[in-house]
Design a protein around this ligand. Structure first.
Ligand code: NAP
Length: 248
């Protein structure tokens, strides 16, 4: 018996980083997984590696039509979607508010915030048909506190929004047996983090009580729990995975 037997999951931003790690873990635990991303080559390669229970689809989370297409295609291939991980996101420029362009602000919010709205809106009807659902929205420590230096106001705004949308949707859809939670990672070793700091995490290490950057697999363990029926009484909640950073 695997922990996700019978589940059909859609994971966005699954070509690399944490999304790839979540998709791999979900397949290992018995789910059928629709991996989506803008990056076709890496996404296809990963899905082929994962075998017949994985399907890669090209997807832009900022585009409602793209959402309609991946949901339609995914449901045709694997049946109704019962797990959604809204993981795709960007950091955007690391800059102060007066220097942040309107275009960059809108791009960050379009991917990190609008993408989560479109994702929930697009997948909820499938979950309602199935009579069960678990949505895991990936926010950040920057969705709880804004004082860790490098993210711009746009990143902070979008990640706070994810936390709020999670709670609103959890309350609305609880009576339909659909749970919605947010996950708030600290520093995780992915291409995004390396772009923002350097391989070692740079100055960030001094801010982390456990004294190290996380492996993406450590976040996948939490996402797996929230996606599975093991977390059946948990909804509308924020889940920190930050090695104690926000305890300070
Ligand atoms: P990552 O390595 O940059 O991977 C993100 C993936 O999302 C990339 O494959 C990217 O594709 C894809 N993506 C970007 N824009 C997209 C769009 N419009 N439509 C579909 N896919 C898109 O990032 P990560 O570090 O794994 O981050 C995953 C999530 O965790 C993000 O929401 C991030 O904000 C959050 N997070 C990360 C950290 C950390 O320390 N790494 C900490 C807290 C929260 P392209 O490469 O083609 O752009």
């Amino acid at each position: 018996m695997n922990r996700l037997d019978g589940k059909v999951a859609l994971v966005t931003g699954a070509a690399r980083g944490m999304g790839a790690s979540h998709a791999r873990k979900f397949v290992e635990e018995g789910a059928k997984v629709i991996l989506t991303d803008l990056s076709d080559a890496a996404g296809k390669e990963l899905a082929e590696d994962l075998g017949g229970n994985a399907l890669f689809l090209h997807h832009d989370v900022t585009d409602p039509q793209s959402w309609a297409e991946v949901v339609e295609h995914g449901v045709r291939a694997f049946g109704d979607i019962t797990v959604l991980v809204n993981n795709a996101g960007i950091l955007g420029p690391v800059t102060q508010t007066a220097e942040l362009s309107e275009a960059d602000y809108r791009t960050v919010c379009a991917i990190n915030q609008d993408g989560v709205f479109y994702g929930m809106k697009s997948v909820l009807p499938s979950m309602e048909r199935a009579g069960i659902g678990a949505i895991v929205n990936i926010s950040s420590i920057a969705g709880i506190a804004a004082n860790y230096g490098f993210p711009s106001l746009a990143y902070v705004a979008s990640k706070f929004a994810v936390r709020g949308m999670t709670k609103a949707t959890a309350i609305e859809y609880g009576p339909k047996n659909i749970r919605v939670n947010s996950v708030h990672p600290g520093f995780i070793q992915t291409p995004m983090m390396v772009e923002a700091t350097d391989e070692s995490g740079g100055d960030a290490l001094g801010l982390i009580p456990l004294g190290r950057i996380a492996d993406p697999n450590e976040v996948s363990n939490l996402v797996l729990f929230l996606a599975s029926d093991e977390s059946s009484y948990i909804t509308g909640a924020e889940h920190l995975i930050d090695a104690g950073m926000l305890a300070q």
